[in-house]
Design a protein around this ligand. Sequence first.
Ligand code: EPZ
Length: 416
Amino acid sequence: MSCYLITGGTPLRGTVRVRGAKNSALKLMAASLLAEGTYRLREVPQIADIETMRLVLRRLGCDARFEDGTMAIEVPAAVGGEAPYELVRQMRASIVVLGPLLARRGRARVAMPGGCNIGSRKIDLHLKGLERMGATIGFDHGYLEASGGLHGAEIVLDWPSHGATENICMAATLAKGTTVIENAARDPEIQDLSAMLSDMGARISGAGTPTIVVEGTDALRAVEHTVLPDRLEAGTYLIAAAATGGDVTVEGARGGHLEIALSKLADSGAEVDAGPASVRLRMPGTPRPVDFVTLPYPGFPTDLQPQMMVLCAIASGTSIATENVFENRFMFVDELVRMGADIRTEGHHAVIRGRPRLEAAPVRAPDIRAGAALAIAGLVADGETELSGVDHIERGYESFDDRLRALGGRIERLDG
Ligand code: EPZ
């Protein structure tokens, strides 16, 4: 098991460039299943979750590989129909192959993704949406079996689920007739998916708004596409800069995709200079407390909640954080408390009483974002923190330790 050894106390300074967004690249790779041909996806991050999706595509008969930093995908005329448990269990986002496979082949068998460390992660909205479009979905020994020709439908999501919006959009591109998704997720990654689908020949409008309209078409074509920059990776480095009292410029970050997070960082005392292609953050003194509430985009991202909690843990007063998206996303708090944070959780609220300092302790990353947060805590704490479970962090962040080191962070990766 690998771990990071992190010595706190050095402010992060310098420039870091973000990669393409994991949560977009994974869906763009799935979207390639919709049409035969050669795809080239630029800026795909080289991280474990992308490797899992690459293996899913290979299992489905595609050839997917990195060539000079670009993901090249060859999709054959006939794709396979089964996404196996050993891959889906490693990454539940594999469920997004269901819509494209069903649309392209009229049949798909995908392992049921289980829960994970941040919640039970239901997929009922994906399935209800596809059923509204004419799919018949059954369960067989841990697998979802879906079949049926798809037609357009009006689908109102109970909650603006990111993944369900994407799965339904992709399925609708090849369905007969028009699909309208109401209460759709509005995340930038959905706009990126919509842009690639449009280039492929899909007729899709409204991505980025709560109503997406997709008129089905008979066939799509392979394309080249550049993945949009990762706003969550950018947000993580910016919060790390704030927590360590540093001065970091994140190149590639789009300020407009991080509006609420940046305004909360400004409330905490950071000087933020945000543009369309980079964001600079300087933290001149002790952070002030900030209250924040996670909500679907454009609300404060749940994927930056753990990192923000670390900033609140060293603030000059008491902050309140409310998590509305995932029920178990405070699981990492116990680890932060072991580092001296004063945090009390009650249901989906957390009261964080800021303290002047955190102290190093052996801690374990339970998931991608909480892992990044604990690394930030290590960069702030007195002494040497041993952070295990770094494979979780590396599912989502390319060269995380190298990048922090390049910013002056004292972090070392130990293999074994
Ligand atoms: C995506 O997950 C991201 N993952 C998550 O990032 C992110 O936290 C999340 O969106 C919210 O922004 C990927 O894109 C791969 P949801 P997704 O469907 O699509 C409930 C990371 O660290 N729900 O919007 O799974 C669900 O239980 C990850 O990069 C249903 O009830 O998120 C959750 O409480 C973690 N039924 C809420 O909605 C459904 O059918 C949000 O889920 C679907 C979801």
